[in-house]
Design a protein. Structure first.
Length: 556
């Protein structure tokens, strides 16, 4: 993302592909401060984030500010602001149509979601897409109420922005269609004819096209966007991928496992309650449209996402389903308590729901606290890796390749290169490194960990997702020879363990890891107040020394 933003200030101005497309003239002039880092032919999804960031970045460069840390700060700020606006929208939408308590709890569900926090604190377009997706819901409700062409145009433009942010336009189509039909209904029954419907569909489609192309003109000016998107789609949308084929049932099961049996049951009940409730009032229309949008986003990824399952893609659906769940519980409890408790039914219901959610969600709250505290730590394994290497762990002129997360000061280690994905033996042979660094951010991720465990390939298999190297190196328990000839395990840099596992069985308490969370919080706070020499946060990094085919510069 930062490389793409930097490229927007090169000619042709505003094109995020300038430093991504190897055939572009600008690619040949990538500034020296990028070293060897390249992301050739990677798809940039959409240009909306760069459209927002580029004017600020260009102005900063004009007044003499450096690319780093200026560009990352601008992009992170956009991610954070979009996340905060999303939280504000969820609260206000839920508060208006389901009550203050439901608004607070729905907002809390989104805030404590691990995926949301990750996207909020990193450089990624997802929080921006979440905001525009939620904004589309608000505009859809507006159009369903007034039926005006102006609100229809606004809805179309925002749906185009969802597409221009990260390919999300398709899951807004059912929402926009429902709003369009409700809008016609709002203008009067006599307006129900094919000509009016066709005209409004054309207006909606044209507005969406303007929203998308207007923010991403290089999608049609140059072929890079379409070509890189098609290449990505052949991987993401095809069956028989390297991680297996994931079906809609796998997605549903993953959601069930993620939110739990109780959450899944309430979500299903809330969705059904919203759908069968009709749309005769603004409140009912709001809940109905929220259910439509939630189901549309889930269906989109469940039907088309065959490469892997990332529930972080559902950050519009998850808080809306939480809102519908809380609304269903509150509505049902008030109904059943109305007769025995009369006017006290409402306060009893709201208090009970709030306290029960607080009790069940305490573990998530502490997880959020720990994630926030970890952001304040500089004692990361990534920095520890560089410090260890700079103090003699690795010769400055050595050729180094690291597969995923890692850091080497480019002023010291000029031959360090990030591979940016699964490191294969063919990749190692091509780069001929003297040191290999493997990060648990890759080999420890659920998808790749399973692949390492289950994959069986021949030594000469050209599969770009071959795990043969990881299977040979990662299991080595202590420094010394590995299963791969000529490669020695040198060192492991891991975050210090800060807590023990929960002492209570998971089925006896909704806080299966609360003790661990609290201990982690205290340890992180201690690390902020009293810094230590050992890293507390970051991935586990494994460093291996390899006998190269060609000596490094300092050995000539």
């Amino acid at each position: 993302m930062t490389l793409a933003l930097d490229g927007t200030v090169a000619k042709p101005f505003g094109n995020p592909a300038n430093y991504l497309d190897p055939t572009a003239e600008a690619f040949k002039k990538i500034p020296a401060y990028w070293g060897t880092l390249r992301y050739n032919n990677i798809v940039y999804y959409g240009a909306v984030m760069f459209d927002i960031a580029s004017p600020f970045y260009a102005a900063a460069r004009l007044v003499g500010l450096p690319a780093f840390p200026t560009a990352p700060i601008i992009l992170r700020t956009i991610s954070m602001l979009a996340a905060l606006m999303s939280l504000l929208f969820v609260y206000n939408f839920a508060r208006k149509h389901a009550g203050v308590v439901v608004g607070i709890l729905s907002c809390a569900v989104l805030l404590t979601d691990g995926y949301f926090f990750y996207y909020m604190t990193t450089i990624h377009p997802d929080t921006l897409q979440v905001y525009f997706g939620l904004l589309a819901l608000g505009l859809a409700l507006r159009h369903s109420d007034d039926g005006l062409l102006s609100s229809l145009v606004a809805l179309g433009v925002v749906c185009g922005l969802v597409q221009g942010t990260k390919f999300g336009g398709a899951w807004t189509v059912p929402l926009a269609t429902a709003a369009l039909l409700m809008g016609i209904r709002a203008t009067g029954a006599e307006k129900w004819d094919k000509k009016v419907i066709a005209q409004r569909v054309a207006v909606l489609g044209a507005a969406a096209l303007v929203g998308w192309i207007g923010t991403n003109p290089y999608a049609v000016i140059t072929p890079y966007y379409v070509q890189s998107w098609l290449a990505q789609w052949r991987i993401v949308g095809s069956s028989g991928g390297p991680l297996g084929t994931f079906t809609p049932w796998d997605w549903i099961k993953a959601i069930y496992d993620y939110v739990g049996p109780l959450g899944s049951t309430l979500a299903a009940a809330g969705l059904l309650h919203a759908l069968i409730g009709g749309f005769s009032t603004p409140r009912k229309r709001a809940l109905f449209l929220a259910a439509i949008l939630s189901l549309s986003q889930i269906a989109y990824y469940a039907l088309l996402g065959k490469l892997w399952i990332i529930l972080g893609y559902l950050l519009v659906a998850l808080p809306l389903m939480a809102m519908l769940s809380f609304d269903f519980v509150v509505t049902s409890l008030k109904f059943f308590l109305a007769k025995p408790f009369g006017r006290l039914a409402r306060p009893i219901t709201l208090t009970s729901v709030f306290l029960a959610t607080l009790y069940l969600g305490t573990d998530h709250v502490f997880a959020l606290v720990n994630q926030t505290l970890a952001l304040h730590h500089r004692d990361s394994t990534l920095l520890a890796l560089n410090d260890w290497a700079a103090k003699g762990g690795i010769p400055p002129d050595a050729r180094i390749v690291f597969d995923d997360l890692g850091y080497f000061d480019p002023k010291i280690f000029k031959n360090a290169k990030m591979y940016g994905g699964v490191l294969t033996w063919s990749g190692v042979d091509a780069l001929d490194p003297e040191y290999i660094v493997l990060s648990s951010s890759l080999y420890g991720s659920p998808h790749y960990a399973k692949l390492i465990e289950t994959q069986h390939l021949a030594a000469d298999d050209p599969n770009p997702f071959s795990m043969l190297m990881y299977q040979a190196l990662v299991p080595t328990p202590a420094p010394g020879p590995t299963a791969a000839e000529g490669i020695t395990f040198v060192k492991e840099i891991a975050p210090e363990s800060s807590g023990t596992t929960a002492s209570s069985p998971a089925y006896l308490t909704p806080w299966p890891s609360l003790e661990f969370r609290v201990r982690s919080s205290l340890a992180l706070l201690e690390g902020i107040w009293q810094p230590i020499d050992r890293p507390r946060v970051g991935p586990t990094l494994k460093i291996y020394k390899r006998k190269p085919n060609k000596p490094s510069d300092d050995q000539h």
